[in-house]
Structure formats: structure tokens, C-alpha cells
Ligand binder design. Structure first.
Ligand code: SAH
Ligand code: SF4
Ligand code: F3S
Length: 463
């Protein structure tokens, strides 16, 4: 069963593998990253710190002296996947007892003691707030005898990761930049506030410094990241100001962002999007459910009606905007009629993309503490399948309606299946391939959308 489906975008594709590099001659590190873009971005920052400390990177755990697993626990399947990786590491460690194994990320934060107690071969457990200490922790590890008791480093010291460490960029024209960490929303189903801590905005000058550094390495398309970007605040600047400041950097061609929250999104943001060409007309606005009672139980403080008003305003202020969402089916106590309200909301909005999930009970959340996970698995599966087929049909129709449109494509690289074609995306994030004709990577090319294969467009250059 699809746990997560991606119809027209790869926004949440699995984290990419680290590339091998040969600078320095220190111990070799392999980082395996699971979870959301936050984790991808954190892993890049960690690579940058370790690279500066003289570590090298390798492409597999077998050849590594240090293996770091950056974990996710948003749903049970994510946690099982990350912890399953640990079992494989245990046999590697038997063969190479000097190997250092570290668990990072959200599971590390929420389950630190359990991991050390039940996985004797794990050397360190480091939560997202303590990554700055990783070089020191590893150094201590290499000095102290292998087999010494595992280290636990969590929130005791809260040190922000990014103010002076620039993440290692893996090449390419697109990059993630974290602007706000943590989350204060406490949706009743969600573990993130427990793993990522309170909301903290990053100073705007530090964001601009990082984006400038990225553009010097060829980045043209910047995705600003946060669990709830709309509550960004630094000095007297809000999220719309931050977005505009990034868009105004001359070397930036496009800026995107995620995630927005229906309670905090502002009219000013939508106006800014509509007025500025470099800000992509794409909005990821998770609705989670279409029933007001379920939304209340989820601690999502907006109604279906208010949500639909925001969507209408977005479509008015940002013509041609592409919309995406997250939806949960089978939240505790959700009835068939209430699920139907999610179904009709999706019919009404007609999203371009949707990420649809079965409710998964998570430790430390209000829903887990107060509600029984009482929607049977087969009912969850049936609801999910209905939504997925609805959304596939809508996404296809919305794509077909784009045919013939003139737009622009930012060239990201060669098309994976055909070296004579470029691959890129439209501003509203639709994948396009087009014949190579002297363009270069990072260039914005005027294109007409001519045909569709699956969810990929075939474009022709317009002059
Ligand atoms: N701040 C982001 C959340 C990231 S988690 C946001 O508000 O979108 C991404 C999505 O995972 C959430 O929007 C939600 O739809 C889903 N999710 C979170 N907890 C879940 C759970 N316990 N079971 C199923 N899906 C969950
Ligand atoms: Fe989780 Fe809600 Fe915060 Fe998103 S806004 S990270 S769903 S608590
Ligand atoms: Fe997963 Fe943590 Fe991101 S739980 S979705 S890696 S914030």
C-alpha cells in the first residue's frame, strides 16, 4: 500500500545518498538520511562540519569508520525503516568493532535512552539540537577505547546549527534552506513538536548569507524550509519579508517554501507571492481533514469554511497557483461521513498534488495519550485508496488543462532517460523535458507545454 504518494512532484522523495568525496584523510563517514527535507538539510550541515574537521565521506556503510543514521518517526513505518537499518549495522560492527555508530534525528531525540539500552552496538545518540557537538563527540570517541559506554547527547545544550555553518551543497541548481526550526502547533497526532522542540526563527542575515553562498555554487532555485514557515519572525520581519528578501538577491531565479499552516498564513504573503515573479506560484497548505469536528480533535484551529476561503483568496491573488496538501485518513473516531467531508473537500479544491496518509499512532502525542486508534486497518486502507484514486484523476485533469500553455522552465540537468533532452520544472513545479538546443543548466527557458507522458510534460522552446 502506498504510504505516501507523489503525483506531480518529488517534494518528498527519499533523501539522496551522500556522494563520495576525497578531501582530507581522516576517518570515513557514511550518513544515511531518512525523513523530511529538514533531515536532508541537517545532514548536509553535518557533512559540512565533519568535512571541515578532516573527515572523508563514502558511499556505503561497509567502507565507513563512522556510520550516522539520521532518523524519522513521523509514522510508524518511518521509524521501523530507520531502526531496521540499525539491525544491519550491528552485523557490520561485529566484523569491524572499531566502527562508530551514531543515531541522529527525530527518533534519537524522542527515544534516546531506549536506543542505547536496547542496541548495545550504538555508540552515540544525538538529537537535532546537539549536532554542533558531533565533531567533538566523534573526536572523544576516537580517543577513548572502542566499546566504552554509549554517549547520550540531547537537548541539554541547545545550540543552533546553522548560524555560522554553511551546509555542504551537493551540486545542482536547487537547494533547501532552513529558516525556522521546531514547531509550537502541537497537532494532536504529530510527534514533531516533541522531536524538534520549540519554534525558533533563524536571523534573516544568516539566511541571506547562506543563500548567497549557494548561488555562488550555481544554485538558482531555493526552497525555504520549516514546519510552519508562516510563523517566521525575526526582528520586525515576518515570513513575507523574508521571502521577498531572498527573491531580491540577483542570482536567485526562483524561491519556493514549505510548509504553510492555515492558521498563520497571511494575506500579505499571498499578495507578495502574486506580485513577485521570482516567487513560485506554488502553495503547500496541509488541510489534514475536511470535517470540523475531526479538525478540532486534531487541534488544527481552523474550519473547513475558513480553509476554503484561504484557497479562494490564494487563487485570486496568485493567478495560476498550484496547490498541494497533506491529508490523514482514519484519525481516531473519524466516521464514514466525516471521511466523506475530506473527500468532498478534495473534490472542491482540486489540488495539483496531495500527500495522503493513514493515521499512525505516535508516542508522546495527545491523540495517543487520550484516544484509541479505533478505525480498523481495512477501513483506513479503503479510505486511503478512495482518496488516492480521486486525487490521481484530478491531478491528471489539472495537468491536461496545462497543455498548450506558455511558461518557463528552469533547466536542472539532463533528462534521466534521454541524454538529448533537458529536464526541469515550471514555476508551479511541473516536471518538463525539452530537446537540448544550446541551453545550459540553471538557465530559465521560455517553453510551451506540448504533451504529457504520465506526469511529465514534453515542452518546446518558445522564442
Ligand atoms: N509541519 C508540517 C508537518 C510535517 S509532517 C505540516 O504541518 O505539514 C507531514 C505530514 O505528515 C503532516 O502534514 C501530516 O499529514 C502527516 N502526519 C503527521 N503525523 C502523522 C501521523 N501520526 N499519522 C499519519 N500522518 C501523519
Ligand atoms: Fe506537526 Fe502540526 Fe507542527 Fe506540522 S504544524 S509539524 S503537523 S504539530
Ligand atoms: Fe520525520 Fe522528524 Fe522530519 S519526524 S518528518 S524527520 S521533522
Amino acid at each position: 500500500m502506498h504510504e505516501l504518494i507523489t503525483l506531480t512532484s518529488n517534494l518528498r522523495e527519499p533523501a539522496r545518498e551522500p556522494v563520495a568525496c576525497a578531501n582530507g584523510n581522516g576517518p570515513r563517514v557514511f550518513i544515511q538520511t531518512y525523513g523530511c527535507q529538514m533531515n536532508v538539510s541537517d545532514s548536509q550541515t553535518i557533512e559540512s562540519m565533519l568535512g571541515e574537521a578532516g573527515y572523508r565521506f563514502c558511499g556505503t556503510a561497509d567502507e565507513a569508520d563512522v556510520v550516522l543514521v539520521n532518523t524519522c518517526m513521523i509514522r510508524e513505518t518511518a521509524e521501523v525503516r530507520a531502526l531496521g537499518q540499525l539491525a544491519n549495522l550491528s552485523s557490520l560492527k561485529k566484523r569491524n568493532p572499531a566502527m562508530v555508530i551514531g543515531i541522529l534525528g527525530c527518533v534519537a531525540q524522542a527515544k534516546r535512552r531506549e536506543i542505547l539500552e536496547s542496541h548495545a552496538y550504538v555508540d552515540m545518540v544525538v538529537g537535532p539540537d546537539s549536532y554542533r557537538r558531533l565533531p567533538l563527540l566523534l573526536e572523544e570517541r576516537f580517543i577513548s577505547a572502542p566499546g566504552a559506554p554509549g554517549l547520550l547527547e540531547t537537548t541539554l545544550m541547545r545550540e543552533e546549527l546553522y548560524d555560522d555553518v554553511l551546509p555542504r551543497h551537493h551540486g545542482g541548481v536547487t537547494a533547501f534552506v532552513t529558516i525556522i526550526r521546531g514547531c509550537d502547533k502541537f497537532c494532536s497526532f504529530c510527534v514533531v513538536p516533541r522531536t524538534r522542540g520549540r519554534e525558533r526563527s533563524r536571523p534573516l542575515p544568516s539566511i541571506l548569507r547562506e543563500v548567497t553562498h549557494l548561488t555562488e555554487q550555481g544554485v538558482r532555485d531555493v526552497m525555504l524550509l520549516g514546519q510552519n514557515v508562516d510563523s517566521y519572525r525575526w526582528d520586525d520581519k515576518d515570513f513575507a519579508d523574508c521571502l521577498l528578501a531572498v527573491a531580491e538577491l540577483p542570482a536567485v531565479s526562483r524561491v519556493r517554501f514549505m510548509t504553510s499552516h492555515p492558521t498563520d498564513i497571511s494575506e500579505k504573503l499571498l499578495r507578495t507571492m502574486g506580485e513577485h515573479e521570482k516567487i513560485c506560484p506554488y502553495l503547500h497548505l496541509p488541510v489534514q481533514a475536511g470535517s470540523n469536528r475531526v479538525l478540532r480533535e486534531m487541534n488544527r484551529p481552523y474550519t473547513r469554511e475558513r480553509y476554503l476561503e484561504i484557497i479562494a483568496l490564494a487563487r485570486e491573488l496568485v493567478p495560476g497557483i498550484a496547490l498541494s496538501t497533506d491529508v490523514i485518513v482514519g484519525f481516531p473516531t473519524e466516521t464514514e461521513d466525516e471521511f466523506e467531508e475530506t473527500f468532498t473537500l478534495m473534490e472542491q479544491v482540486r489540488y495539483d498534488t496531495a500527500f495522503m496518509f493513514k493515521y499512525s499512532e505516535r508516542p508522546l502525542t495527545k491523540a495517543a495519550q487520550r484516544m484509541k486508534d479505533d478505525v480498523p486497518e481495512d477501513v483506513k486502507v479503503a479510505r486511503l485508496e478512495r482518496l488516492i484514486s480521486l486525487q490521481q484523476k484530478i491531478a491528471r485533469e489539472r495537468n491536461e488543462a496545462q497543455l498548450g500553455r506558455q511558461t518557463s522552465v528552469l533547466i536542472e540537468g539532463l533528462a534521466p532517460k534521454d541524454g538529448a533532452m533537458w529536464a526541469g520544472r515550471t514555476p508551479d513545479f511541473r516536471p518538463v523535458v525539452l530537446p537540448k538546443n544550446g541551453e545550459s543548466v540553471g538557465e530559465l527557458v521560455p517553453v510551451r507545454l506540448e504533451s504529457l507522458t504520465g506526469f511529465t510534460f514534453h515542452g518546446a522552446r518558445e522564442n
